[in-house]
Unconditional design. Sequence first.
Length: 209
Amino acid sequence: MGTVRQRKATKNTNKNTRRVADRHRKRITIHGNSIIKANWNKKLTLRQNYEKLGLLTSLNGQTGGKEKNRPDEKIGSTEGDNEPKELKELTEADIEEIKKTLGPGEGMIQRDDEGNIVRVIYGEERSHNDILDAEVAPVEAKTDVVRALEEQAANGVQHEKYHSEFELDWIQKLLKKHGEDYKAMFWDKDLNVYQLTAAQLKKKCSKYI
């Protein structure tokens, strides 16, 4: 039979429930930068907040989970509607820039109006040192938050690092033996025991010189 309360509960289909699931929802609390904390929207997801602020959630490429909004492509349209430079207008600097856009094993064939091959530009394999030494073009900040973060980083307190006595003695031996030949330092198995690259050795020695 059951108690009176149990019989009433079986007759009444409208059951009082509490939103217990909301209590278990993980709430993001910003403990880091004050600028990001001030501009954080709790109603948006982490990825949506980062996109709004002009930041990246990951330095790697997208691996899915995001809809790609592509503009309607016109039929017959090709990439690079701008006409390429004439062959005679290409300078050595232009060719070097084209080589940088090509990967190892890739190439670009230039033909004349009759279809004859005039020039073949091959992509060159870049070493690890070339990649480290390459100059990175500055990118203009797209949002006010990024500009504020860049200004904060530029005006931050810089802590000067000092070399230890052992490191100073080691750098002095490298410079005494090889001068400023950082490739020779790189191949020196006796002194370059930590197997630092030529770019890393140059950076360490430049602080001492």
